[in-house]
Design a protein around this ligand. Structure first.
Ligand SMILES: [Zn+2]
Length: 488
């Protein structure tokens, strides 16, 4: 959660048409942008990506990813382009390419890789999208987040748009996910070919596919149980099942290429060295969830939420969802510009003139005002509980609505309990707001994932997560002397 302007890449759509030679197939393609238009589109979109995501703050790691990517791209079908690779500070598992050679990988995805060869495989896949010019064909895959779909939008008064629109904007870039089955398979094949051309084992492509497929299976189960949208790599694997014949062809081709690389370089030690100490999961910049508490180190506050509720930490707000999507709370923050009391802020800035069950409150020494207002949503007008809490010259606005408008009374105590938990972080809590980090260790004879999990700060499913991070899902154990990643 941070204050940044959000823009949508969706608006930047491609209208140009004409004929061009496809660099990969050598054949004429219809309806492509000219190369100049494509590059300009990429350059422009790159600025928007940087407005939406933070770049991960580790120069050495950025350089390593850039050098690895540039090496692969230098032996690709479009080595006339200058490629730029950026590690994004996001826990999401994603990589994507913009037209013209701008390529991104999240630290969330890096955590699942085990070697430079696997990194090269992901970058090679994305380079494949660029060289085969997939990006100029498809940009429309936009999908609403689960919460938007189940609850409809909240129109927070004073904000210009319903929440569903904000969600589309937030996820617009992240949902540059996948180009459809044909193109994904083609990118896999090209990636494997580029691995071989650079002296890496092309089978690293298959290791990445396996690792991400395991992650997807696990995450999908978990998300189903928690009633939320799964956090998975750009939709690739849902498009081709294990027994898919085209995937088998890619595998067969990769294995043939392997014969051409007798002494393949894996770069495992170097890769592990560079991801050692990398932030895992929530970033302190965006706020960190621990158990039922949310900590925001940069803004200096913490808030707790009711048992069983799910948390979605979006760039501009924190969303709390009750089990089965029965209710939702949104916490957002705005500057206070005039010395006015919270009640007046609600009237002037949020347009909340008429309130019921209202009153001034003191929340852990902070000025606040609470009341129920009737607001517009996708499903018509309904009551919502508002709390406005003043802290450090900013107004924290907590809004709660229910799926069934008659249930407001039922959920109101939970809304109030959440508001009342808001406070400035204590020194002890500042320690809790520190992020988790990957740690590389060499295993001993006795090392096993159950024992590592018992000492792990990971709160849920530690054993399975550690296996996933190390390519050992669902039952594998490390070999003695192996380099593995743990979370500290
Ligand atoms: Zn792809």
């Amino acid at each position: 959660m941070q204050s940044i302007p959000l823009y949508s890449l969706i608006t930047l759509l491609l209208i140009c048409s004409g004929c061009a030679v496809n660099p990969v197939t050598g054949q004429q393609d219809l309806v492509l942008l000219s190369e100049q238009d494509e590059i300009a589109l990429g350059r422009q979109s790159h600025q928007q990506v940087l407005q939406q995501y933070d770049v991960y703050d580790n120069k050495e790691l950025q350089r390593y990813v850039q050098d690895t990517g540039a090496k692969i791209a230098g032996k690709s079908h479009r080595n006339n382009l200058i490629y730029r690779f950026t590690v994004l500070d996001s826990k999401d598992i994603n990589a994507f390419a913009l037209p013209g050679g701008y390529i991104y990988i999240t630290r969330g995805l890096l955590a699942y890789l085990k070697s430079e060869a696997e990194l090269a495989a992901v970058l090679g896949h994305e380079i494949g999208h660029v060289t085969a010019r997939h990006s100029v064909r498809q940009y429309s895959a936009v999908q609403l987040a689960n919460i938007g779909a189940t609850l409809g939008s909240i129109l927070i008064p004073g904000m210009n748009q319903p929440m569903t629109n904000q969600l589309v904007q937030v996820f617009g870039t992240a949902l540059l996910r996948g180009y459809g089955r044909e193109h994904e398979l083609e990118a896999d094949g090209l990636g494997a070919e580029y691995l071989a051309r650079n002296g890496y084992d092309p089978e690293a492509m298959l290791d990445v596919i396996r690792a991400l497929k395991s992650q997807e299976q696990f995450e999908t189960q978990l998300a189903q149980a928690e009633g939320r949208e799964p956090n998975i790599y750009h939709g690739l694997f849902s498009t081709h099942p294990d027994n898919d014949t085209r995937l088998q062809e890619v595998i067969t081709r990769a294995r043939k290429l392997k014969a051409a690389v007798p002494n393949a370089y894996s770069g495992q030690g170097q890769f592990m060295h560079l991801v050692d100490n990398m932030i895992y999961g929530d970033s302190p910049h965006d706020g960190i969830v621990r158990g039922r508490r949310f900590f925001h180190a940069d803004l200096g506050f913490t808030i707790s939420f009711p048992q069983g509720w799910n948390v979605r930490n979006l760039p501009d707000s924190l969303i709390l969802v009750a089990p089965n999507g029965e209710a939702l709370q949104q916490l957002s923050v705005e500057d206070i510009n005039e010395r006015i009391p919270p009640r007046q802020f609600m009237a002037q800035r949020l347009g909340l003139a008429n309130l019921s069950r209202e009153g001034a409150v003191n929340i852990h020494g902070l000025d606040a005002y609470t009341g129920i207002a009737v607001i517009n949503t996708d499903f018509g007008r309904r009551p919502a509980r508002f709390n406005v809490i003043y802290f450090n010259n900013q107004a924290y606005i907590l809004a709660g609505i229910t799926k069934n408008p008659d249930a407001i009374g039922l959920f109101d105590p939970a809304f109030q309990e959440t508001a009342n938990s808001f406070h400035s972080m204590t020194p002890n809590e500042q320690v809790l707001a520190m992020p988790l980090r990957l740690k590389i260790m060499q295993t001993e004879e006795s090392t096993n994932f159950r024992q590592l999990a018992s000492q792990s700060p990971l709160e849920h499913n530690a054993e399975q997560l550690l296996r996933l991070l190390n390519g050992k899902f669902p039952e594998g154990e490390p070999h003695p002397g192996e380099l593995i990643k743990i979370v500290q």
